[in-house]
Design a protein around this ligand. Structure first.
Ligand code: FMN
Length: 567
């Protein structure tokens, strides 16, 4: 007689560890690391909430193996044992509730945040992400590849010393491991590229080195993409081959997800069939197809699970052994307890997106924007719990927009500033930050909005004449229009390139809605910039956004008056 498996049935892992039940809190990047990228009391408060939730397994948000390359500004980094106490407290908090805790280890590769990265990002090949403003990465050398592999092993070893029960290697979502696997991102002709076996060498070496660095009872899992959901990318068929290779290593759990920054399938996919809709989880059908090749390695599926019925069916049918929950745990920290106790339980459905006309919502830019906002909205909930508060399901999206700028601006820069020595270094750093913000944040945002037909006065364009070249130069600016002209703020006072252009030649053009207007511009040094910014954006969201950017840039803004000459 076959034993019925339910959500509360414990699961034996190959390493000997036993998960107390089948509901896993999946990795959610918290962005709650200190200025030195260590855990602190905020992470302890957050994990105490999940610790009380009766999860079969808690996986941390991604922890970076190299502090030079972060996915986001507030990432935790584990490179050495200098902050061992803090990591020990973090692990213990989760274990106090009875759940094992695994640390997710990651290297972002070309998806590293350009603002926090000195110099170019790195990747298997110099292939740029198809996202405006993200720079082209540099190809890793063979020695550097070995160094990254070693870093995963070192971090895993320290995680074990700190008391974590296991690690999960992040092999999904377009980060470095998934870049190596993808034929679109990996164009190498050496032993790390070409055939499936060569592209899989990186992940297999990482698993082997991690295994060697930890004890036999320590769990080693992996999160893997079912596919990249891009034409010519890592396909389901190839993924099955890689699962078979991975299953031949000593691995304890394979979690299935999918997608990347370019195609964020992990955050939701249109259900192609009524069956998939009924089953909730969009990677479940795929998981069933790898059962045989995964052999005895338990499978977890994450993405879309919301009801007791959906989860219980997935486990009872044998489609997977563990169900992963991401976003629901940010709103309902005791989700596992609730789902196991109540057969009619439904977790909150919380996909957040901006309301736009239908013709716009299918564009890649809008999808990417919505994916990012959804992610940030849930990150806000984690920060609220880290500060000791309760999640707020009614949090408005505009608040998320503001906190995102604050967090990714000021926090990112604060941690970098800690390393500054001389004032010269400071100036260089500041210049780099300003340039990066302009190049990778402001310009692409304006470009993306314009492409999808959204023109705003908050974000518009100003054309000046280059003082050395005599050529027209367009820059993104915030502007407040009136009858006779417009006010613009030069964030860097008289130092910015375009402000210098104006001093040499005041002839400008500025875009009002879809129309280019001609005018003359002058810097008004005695204007009160702070008051001026408020008039720009009576809407508190935009006023805060602008103020936050100024603070983040530590800039010295000056008002600029443009008087129209075309009427
Ligand atoms: C705020 C946020 C942060 C995330 N961070 C990570 C991460 O660090 N590592 C990871 O593998 N997945 C991460 N994910 C993806 C989730 O683990 C999960 O795959 C995704 O949310 C789909 O599951 P869900 O429908 O239950 O939310 C993140 C998702 C969100 C919303």
């Amino acid at each position: 007689m076959t034993k019925t498996v339910s959500l509360s049935t414990p699961l034996d892992l190959p390493c000997g560890q036993i998960l107390p039940n089948r509901i896993m809190k999946s990795a959610l990047s918290e962005g709650l690391g200190t200025a030195h990228h260590a855990p602190d009391v905020r992470l302890e408060r957050l994990y105490a909430r999940w610790a009380a939730g009766d999860y079969g397994l808690i996986v941390t948000g991604n922890v970076m193996v190299d502090r030079r390359y972060l996915g986001e500004p507030g990432n935790v980094v584990l490179e050495n044992d200098s902050e061992l106490d803090a990591f020990q407290r973090w692990a213990k908090t989760a274990q106090d509730g009875g759940s094992p805790i695994w640390m997710q280890l990651n290297h972002p590769g070309r998806q590293a945040n350009p603002i926090t990265t000195d110099g170019p990002t790195v990747a298997p090949s110099a292939v740029k992400l198809d996202i405006p403003g993200i720079p082209t990465p540099r190809e890793l050398t063979d020695t550097e590849i070995r160094d990254v592999i070693e870093r995963f092993a070192v971090s895993a070893g320290i995680a074990e010393v700190a008391g974590f029960d296991g690690v999960q290697i992040h092999g999904a979502h377009g980060y470095l491991i998934s870049q190596f696997l993808s034929p679109l991102a990996n164009k190498r002709s050496d032993r790390w590229g070409g055939s499936t076996a060569n592209r899989a060498r990186f992940v297999l070496e990482i698993i082997r080195r991690v295994r060697e660095a930890v004890g036999p009872g320590f769990a080693v899992g992996i999160k893997l993409n079912s596919a990249d959901f891009q034409r010519g990318g890592f396909s389901e068929e190839e993924s099955r081959t890689v699962v078979e290779m991975i299953a031949a290593e000593r691995i304890d759990l394979i979690e299935i997800s999918g997608g990347s920054y370019e195609s964020p399938a992990m955050m939701g996919r249109p259900a192609v069939s009524a069956r998939t809709r009924a089953r909730e989880a969009y990677f479940l059908d795929y998981a069933e197809t790898i059962r045989e090749v995964a052999a005895d390695v338990p499978l977890a599926v994450t993405g879309g699970f919301r009801t007791h019925t959906g989860m219980a069916d997935a486990i009872a049918s044998g489609a997977c052994d563990v169900v992963g929950l991401g976003r629901p745990t940010a709103l309902a920290p005791k989700a596992a307890q609730g789902v196991m106790a109540d057969t009619s339980a439904t977790l909150p459905t919380t996909q957040r997106s901006v309301k736009l006309p239908r013709r716009l919502t299918g564009t890649a830019q809008v999808k990417a924007l919505n994916g990012a906002l959804d992610l940030q909205w849930h990150t806000d909930q984690l920060h609220t719990m880290g500060a000791g508060g309760d999640p707020d399901p009614h949090r408005p999206l505009w608040r998320t927009a503001v906190t995102t700028v604050r967090r990714n601006g000021i926090d990112a820069f604060r941690s970098q500033r800690g390393h500054l020595g001389t004032s010269d270094k400071k100036a260089v750093r500041k210049f780099r930050i300003e340039r990066a913000v302009g190049r990778y944040v402001a310009n692409p945002v304006v470009a993306a909005l314009t492409r999808v037909g959204i023109t705003t006065t908050f974000a518009t364009e100003l054309e000046t004449i280059g003082r050395r070249t005599g050529l027209r130069r367009t820059v993104p600016v915030s502007a407040a229009f009136d009858e006779t002209g417009a006010w613009v703020i030069s964030q860097h006072g008289a130092r910015s390139g375009w402000a210098n252009n104006i001093s040499a030649n005041p002839t400008v053009r500025i875009k009002q809605g879809r129309q280019w207007r001609s005018g003359t511009a002058e810097l008004v040094h005695d204007d009160d910039v702070t008051k001026r910014v408020r008039t720009f954006a009576p809407n508190p969201v935009f006023a805060s956004l602008t103020a936050a950017s100024f603070r983040a840039l530590q800039s010295d803004p000056v008002s600029v008056r443009i008087s129209f000459t075309d009427r």
